[in-house]
Design a protein around this ligand. Structure first.
Ligand code: IP8
Length: 257
């Protein structure tokens, strides 16, 4: 199948108010919708991923033990919170005329011993969406493991796996910071062999069960070492960066690889 042009992940820190439980950042979501509708050129193929922010992470933190959730109410609460966030984003994107089609990862992915195996990812609905002119969108999720456990699957993992499997031209992570920041300075470019060094230098953020910026950088490392092309971390809360990215212009952020 034809490669996709972009896999873009919207981080929960950008699309929700992370310190306020179950509160979307509607201003950012609506602006992204507008920039997407203005920036996508005809024929471009795009996959969207969104994170959990103060929806999924808020619920997961209450129930997660040893990276697993065993309480049925906890599993259902995490799924329900992500469903609610997906619905808010979907409604906003549809309102600007974007044919976004939400796909539920827990319904098409099974983990194996905590690991994501793309062979166990029923990818065809994503491919059919793309071939049909739709924009498939998936969120981080609570997913079942073949061993019987239930775990959190980060949107970062999903984004890099989809980018690899769909041969993406660009894997971009929109966050609430400008990119990799070291001592208050933006790192504009990171080479593949520098990734391990940078992921050790980046701290984690409270309230995030899936690794924050360090996790993102690790996922990008996996992606590039398996043949992924280009990756970027940028600030999705800053106006016009998303639109510039879609138009193929250089964006302020950290380019990796
Ligand atoms: O925010 C986590 O996705 P992420 C999703 O992309 C849940 O790491 C359910 C917490």
């Amino acid at each position: 199948m034809a490669p996709v042009d972009f896999v873009i992940k919207f981080g929960g820190s950008a699309i929700t108010h992370k310190e306020l439980p179950l509160t979307p950042n509607l201003e950012v979501i609506r602006r992204m919708a507008l920039e997407l509708s203005e920036g996508i050129k005809p024929g471009k193929r795009l996959v969207l991923i969104h994170g959990g922010g103060s929806f999924g992470h808020y619920e997961a933190l209450k129930y997660l033990k040893d990276n697993q959730i065993s309480d049925p109410l906890g599993i259902a609460a995490v799924r329900g919170s992500m469903l609610a966030l997906t619905k808010i984003i979907t409604d906003s994107f549809l309102a600007t005329g974007l044919p976004v089609f939400a796909i539920t990862p827990s319904s098409c992915i099974i983990l194996e011993d905590g690991k994501f195996n793309c062979a166990k990812f029923f990818l065809e609905p994503v491919e059919r969406c793309l071939d049909g002119g739709l924009i498939p969108m998936l969120g981080g999720d609570v997913v079942f493991d073949r061993s019987g456990s239930t775990r959190i699957l980060s949107g970062d993992t999903l984004a890099q796996q989809l980018a690899l499997n769909l041969d993406a031209g660009m894997l971009a992570f929109g966050t609430d910071v400008d990119g990799i920041m070291i001592n208050g300075q933006l790192v504009h470019k990171v080479a593949l062999e520098e990734i391990a060094k940078y992921s050790k230098m980046i701290g984690s953020r409270a309230g995030d069960v899936t690794g924050g910026m360090a996790g993102k950088v690790r996922e990008i490392g996996n992606y590039l070492s398996k043949g992924g092309k280009h990756a970027l971390i940028f600030n999705a809360t800053k106006p016009l960066l998303l639109k510039k990215l879609l138009l193929g212009e250089k964006v302020e952020g950290t380019y990796i690889g």
